[in-house]
Structures are given as C-alpha cells and as structure tokens.
Design a protein around this ligand. Sequence first.
Ligand SMILES: NC(=O)C1=CN([C@@H]2O[C@H](COP(=O)(O)OP(=O)(O)OC[C@H]3O[C@@H](n4cnc5c(N)ncnc54)[C@H](O)[C@@H]3O)[C@@H](O)[C@H]2O)C=CC1
Ligand SMILES: O=C(O)C(=O)Cc1ccc(O)cc1
Length: 278
Amino acid sequence: MATKIGIIGLGLMGGSLSLALKKTSGNYHFTGLDHNEEHCSQALSLGLVDEIVCTLEEIKKCDVIILTIPVDGIISVARQLGELDEKCTVIDLGSTKAKISESIPENIRKNFVTAHPMTGTEKFGPTAALDDLYEDKVVVLCDMEKSGAHQQSVAKNLFSDIGMKLVYMGAKEHDRHAAFISHMPHALSYALANSVMEQEDPESIVALAGGGFKDMSRIAKSSPKMWEDIFRQNKTNLIEAIEAFETELKQCRNMVENEEWEILNRWMSKANTLHDIL
Ligand SMILES: NC(=O)C1=CN([C@@H]2O[C@H](COP(=O)(O)OP(=O)(O)OC[C@H]3O[C@@H](n4cnc5c(N)ncnc54)[C@H](O)[C@@H]3O)[C@@H](O)[C@H]2O)C=CC1
Ligand SMILES: O=C(O)C(=O)Cc1ccc(O)cc1
C-alpha cells in the first residue's frame, strides 16, 4: 500500500521533496494543501501532488505530513492540528527551530520532528521545485528526544532515502548557528542590494556587475514573506550576528580611512582561512 504523504505548502521546499521522494523506490501518494489557488493548480500540473485538499482534517489522514510554509505559519498550523493518530508523523522544514519546537502543543509533540534542510535557493513557488535539491545535503534534526520513536525512525528513513546527511542538534544551538551561516548573510545581501538601489543611477552601477556582486546579491531575491518570519523568530541571534559583522566592517573602514594597509592585509589573510574549514 502507498504511504500517504501530505504536503502543506506547495512551493520550492515542498515541491522539491515530492520530486525527490518520487525518484526513490518508495510507493507514495501525495496530497497537497496550499492557500494559494494558483500554486495548487501548478502543483497538480507539474505532477508534484496527486490531489489537492482544502482542510487540515483531510490532510490529517496522511501517514506523514510535511510542513513547508513560512515559519510563523508552521506554528499556527501546529496549534490548529488538534488530535493526531499516534502513528502520524509531522515534519516541519522551517529555517528556524527553537520557537517552533517549543510551540508545538504537548499532546502532539511526539508526532512532530523539527528539521532544517541546509539547502535551498532564492526562488519560490511550485515552479521553483528541483528534484535534486536535497541530494548530498545536510539536514539538521533538532530536539529529537522530544519526538516519538516511530516518528524519529520515519523521519530518519525519509531523509536518508532522498540522499541527505543527518546531523543532530538542540533547537537553540541550531538557531545560534543558523543566524551566522544563513540568516545574517541574507540580511547582508538585502543590505548590499539596497545600498546600490539607493544610489542616483543604480542601473549604470549594475551594468558593471561581475561574479562577486552577483554571488553576494543573489539571495537578495529571496521571498520577503519567508524572511520576515525568519528574522522575527530568530531576532536575538540575528542581532548578535549582525553586530559581529558590523564590528568587522567598521574595522575594515577604519583601516582604510587610516591607511593601515599592512594591518588590512593581515585582516584579509585571516578571512582567507575560512575556506580551509568550509
Ligand atoms: N527557500 C529555501 O531555500 C529554504 C526554505 N526553508 C523553509 O521552508 C519553508 C518553505 O519555504 P519555501 O518552500 O522556500 O517557500 P515557498 O514560498 O516557495 O512556498 C511556500 C508555499 O506555502 C504556501 N503557504 C504559505 N502559508 C501557508 C499557509 N498558512 N497554509 C497553506 N499554504 C501556505 C504558499 O502559498 C507557497 O506555495 C519555510 O519555512 C522556509 O523557512 C528551509 C530551507 C531552505
Ligand atoms: O539560496 C541559498 O544560497 C540559501 O542559502 C537558501 C537557503 C535559505 C533558507 C534556508 O533555511 C536554507 C537555505
């Protein structure tokens, strides 16, 4: 019998998960739910799901429910789910973990696995889905001791089957790390883009853009709705990471202003060493 997978949020992450599971030897039936009607039609025509439903009650019949909506939405859906079958597994793929982990109602906490796949793109919606998005990438499984034994095993098998590397971490530690490796870099990219757009003739500036600028500004194209929620949920860690960056940038500015070229050179050489551990 086919395993019934319910996907709430038929965008980049939900759509890519469906495509990835379809490439495995598993037998799956996909049910989708999304509050955007156009995304529902696109998901059906792209073959991301077999059917669309409109209520949580209908999707609760699935064996596995994947939450791939913005992180505030994940909390609100978790609170609306009500009772679940003891064998049902709910996996959220949100970019923040602490607020989600602590907001899941106690009666369904064992049903939940809180996960963060460390992979994605700046694109969104069903048309952005990729069948190899998860391949050979890391997924961080957080606060796993709070999930039931059955749910732990379902999630581990699912992520392994699509070729992911499993890493375990507490949700709070995850959020501190994610602020530095993902959330602050997105803030920087938005800031970089706006600093150019604020100039008198941004088009002439951008006409000269080479690889470095394109690399650093790519993620400034990311969804504001998704990132507003992430910044809100990880506010304290994000501020700390932005402050660390501000200190470094100020240092750079001072060295240039004071023409301390040798010190600046050493500062840049230290930055080069990041790539020894990346
Ligand atoms: N975009 C990325 O690179 C990554 C995103 N994530 C996380 O995955 C989640 C989904 O992100 P994406 O797939 O990129 O977003 P997306 O914008 O491509 O897709 C989200 C989908 O959810 C729908 N939606 C939003 N709120 C809803 C609600 N309350 N009920 C039903 N449908 C709703 C939207 O209409 C959209 O189709 C987010 O929590 C994000 O933090 C995690 C890792 C990477
Ligand atoms: O596009 C990129 O380079 C990303 O960094 C995508 C991304 C966005 C959000 C995440 O939680 C994880 C990865």
